[in-house]
Design a protein around this ligand. Structure first.
Ligand SMILES: [Zn+2]
Length: 111
């Protein structure tokens, strides 16, 4: 999705609904920590100050920054999060299918 969110909060809220992935910090592979980022780029507008009209566009690029969680915990968190995102999406599709069936029943006078 290439939309630009109106503010940080909206970008943050959206970041919770998409899968995440793990990246290395600046130290690289040998470091104990891992960074957790959204699986797709997320951008949001930010006001620079009250007297500058134009907003700047910033990247919402980090769920959990470097130096916060170790590799194993990062993998665990990302796995858990991604499972729940997928579960939510498939659950939503099921509910939509059920709704369609019930609409159809009503159309056919079966309910
Ligand atoms: Zn690190």
């Amino acid at each position: 999705m290439n939309q630009i969110f109106e503010n940080y909060d909206e970008a943050h809220k959206y970041s919770l609904t998409i899968p995440w992935k793990i990246e290395l910090c600046n130290t690289g592979e040998t470091c104990w920590c891992r960074v957790i980022v959204p699986s797709e780029p997320i951008k949001f507008k930010e006001k620079i100050s009250n007297w500058i009209k134009e907003d700047i566009t910033r990247d919402f690029d980090c769920i959990i920054p470097d130096g916060s969680v170790d590799k194993e915990t990062a993998e665990y968190i990302v796995d858990l999060h991604n499972r729940s995102v997928h579960l939510y999406k498939s659950q939503k599709k099921r509910l939509e299918a059920l709704q369609k069936l019930s609409d159809l029943d009503q159309e056919l006078g079966l309910s």
